[in-house]
Write a protein that binds this ligand. Structure first.
Ligand code: SF4
Length: 224
């Protein structure tokens, strides 16, 4: 998951999948493998994801951070209070808030909302926030809106009664990750992010958004 959070920076997920396939085929899709592999070899494997030199360097720096600060233990790293870990991650070269929050939410089940380009586009098009709104402003907006329905208790994700209507039918049984015990807030933020991605991919495209077909169309004040 952490490797994916780095690879997905500034590229489409289809390119990330090609890079992940290369890593998997080379038996290099683990933090230990990233630790051991030569930088040049790593660059070649993740080349399809673009910016492969920067991303290889960032992955290596992350592993170094994990080794030096947490004795190579992800468990120890995720046991840090969220804000402390977030500050540490943001101090690393090439880790911005979206990558840091992806690691916190998807890796560590910390209750934090991940703001991506789709979320930003939707709140802007609905005139909720200005186009130049700061990342933290958008994150705060989603977290404030979702926390009252999310609560703070921990539940198995598979037992979560979502207040949100799914937009698609699952095509496979839940993975170990998606059925793990996690805080209800983390589960809710996770689901909301997935819904935002679906709306962004299928309706709220960069140009020519499909507002008349979009499930959020009813909340739009004027057609784009
Ligand atoms: S209605 Fe849907 S497609 Fe249109 S701006 Fe809103 S989120 Fe985007």
């Amino acid at each position: 998951m952490i490797v994916g959070a780095f690879l997905t920076q500034n590229t489409a997920w289809t390119n990330v999948e090609k890079a992940l396939h290369n890593l998997r085929t080379a038996d290099a899709l683990s933090l230990n493998a990233i630790r051991m592999i030569a930088l040049r070899d790593l660059e070649q494997l993740i080349r399809p994801a673009g910016y492969f030199r920067q991303k290889s360097e960032r992955l290596k720096l992350f592993v170094q951070f994990l080794d030096e600060r947490y004795g190579s233990s992800l468990e120890r790293m995720y046991a840090e209070p969220g804000e402390t870990l977030r500050a540490g991650l943001l101090g690393l070269k090439g880790i911005g808030p979206e990558t840091a929050d992806s690691i916190l939410l998807y890796g560590g089940n910390h209750s934090v909302f991940v703001v991506d380009a789709y979320a930003r586009r939707i709140v802007e098009r609905h005139s909720i926030l200005a186009a130049d709104a700061h990342y933290e402003e958008i994150r705060w907006l989603f977290e404030q809106a979702l926390t009252p329905i999310a609560g703070t208790d921990a539940i198995p994700a598979s037992m979560h009664a979502s207040p949100l209507e799914p937009l698609w039918t699952p095509t496979h049984p839940p993975s170990a990750l998606s059925s793990a015990l996690r805080p209800r807030a983390a589960q809710t933020f996770n689901e909301m992010h997935a819904l935002i991605v679906e709306v962004g991919k299928n309706y709220c495209r960069k140009s020519k958004p499909l507002c008349d077909q979009c499930p959020l169309g009813q909340f739009l004040e004027s057609q784009l």
